[in-house]
Design a protein around this ligand. Structure first.
Ligand code: NAD
Length: 337
């Protein structure tokens, strides 16, 4: 089986090559992202493997299908970047890695929140300059604050548990599916509007769907508690970044930790330190002292990369052997998770 692996970085190669020892697939690592232009590189391959910012829209899928590709394997959980209707029409099966290490993302989420709230990132750069002054570094306790967790699936449930049982926050949750284990520790499920209005801290863990796109928008930010802290390690487009900048300028929002950004494709995962970046929204966000940003890093642990590589190649092996595809994403699934 020949597999074209798009958008590969050193860590992808390392962990996929290790997991491939038991399969012996012919992996062709391609640095470039999957686009209509690069899709032809997959010609002659039966499967392609892609990540979060590779776009598999209809045009790309048509190019892949005409080159003989029959399987699209996402080495991530989210699949908002794939036109599932087009894939189904073109006879391309789509698989993903539904859960590789929710701990990796949930721990990073808490890390970002603590760093932002206690200004650890700012203290670190000060101390490196021998500036040991504490002025401007006053933070706030997590204990006793109201944290709203939107989406209590695998990752959100761990975050809600850490905030409630670990830090003693009052935790409000919003999810169409109630997790009874969270109820047992005192997490309260409320309407999303109530959560967005009453929370001191909002952490986003729902998938990106047409319904959740710009869930954090100008209206929500206006109605939110002044000083609101927002953490987003889910998908960038859950937040309207322009409205967020406006709310930051008005001091309505007290702090933001972002591991994802709506227009991150073509920017994140690359070293652009010598480039001029045209995205004024991203550049403005990076100027705020109370915005902490990382480049879609929450998943990046050894455990998660191992699990991603193993699950991806196991799905491809199932496809090659014509076995049922456990991790298949179909049109029914797009609304379900
Ligand atoms: P999951 O499917 O286990 O959980 C998602 C939860 O969101 C489900 O319980 C679902 O019922 C709920 N949900 C769906 N629509 C909702 C809505 N409108 N309002 C509130 N809740 C809603 O997914 P997960 O593994 O916990 O992942 C959550 C998200 O984190 C993924 O969608 C993915 O985009 C993102 N993610 C980011 C990284 C990263 O590196 N930053 C890594 C993995 C996953």
């Amino acid at each position: 089986m020949q597999i074209a692996v798009f958008g590969t970085r050193s860590y992808d190669r390392e962990f996929l090559a290790t997991a491939n020892a038991v399969h012996g697939f012919d992996l062709q690592f391609i640095d470039a992202p999957l686009t209509t232009l690069t899709a032809r590189l997959a010609s002659g391959h039966q499967a392609v493997c892609v990540f979060v910012n590779d776009v598999a829209d209809r045009a790309v899928l048509e190019a892949l299908a005409s080159g003989g590709v029959r399987l699209l394997a996402l080495r991530c959980a989210g699949y908002n970047n794939v036109d599932l209707t087009a894939a189904a029409e073109l006879g391309i099966a789509v698989v993903r890695v539904p859960a590789y290490s929710p701990h990796a993302v949930s721990e990073f989420t808490i890390g970002m929140l603590l760093s932002l709230d206690r200004k650890i990132h700012r203290a670190w750069s000060r101390v490196r300059e021998n500036n040991f002054a504490l002025d401007g570094l006053v933070g706030r306790n997590l204990h006793g604050r109201v944290a709203g967790v939107v989406g209590t699936g695998q990752i959100g449930a761990l975050v809600a548990r850490a905030l409630r049982a670990g830090f003693g926050c009052e935790v409000l949750a919003s999810d169409p599916i109630v997790n009874p284990e969270l109820l047992d520790i005192g997490v309260r499920y409320v309407d999303r509007d109530v959560l967005l209005r009453e929370a001191d801290i909002i952490s986003l863990h729902c998938p990106l769907t047409p319904e959740t796109r710009h869930l954090i928008n100008a209206q929500v930010l206006d109605a939110a508690k002044p000083g609101l802290v927002i953490v987003n390690t889910s998908r960038g487009a859950l937040i309207d970044a322009t409205a967020l900048i406006d709310a930051l300028k008005r001091r309505q929002v007290g702090g933001v930790a972002l591991d994802v950004y709506e227009q991150e494709a073509g920017i994140f995962f690359d070293d652009l330190s010598s480039e001029i970046i045209d995205d004024d929204v991203l550049q403005r966000l990076l100027t705020f002292p109370n915005v902490l940003m990382t480049g879609h890093q929450a998943f990046l642990t050894e455990e998660a990369l191992t699990a991603i590589a193993q699950t991806t190649l196991a799905s491809i092996a199932d496809f090659a052997a014509d076995r049922p595809l456990q991790n298949r994403v179909d049109l029914g699934g797009i609304l379900g998770s």
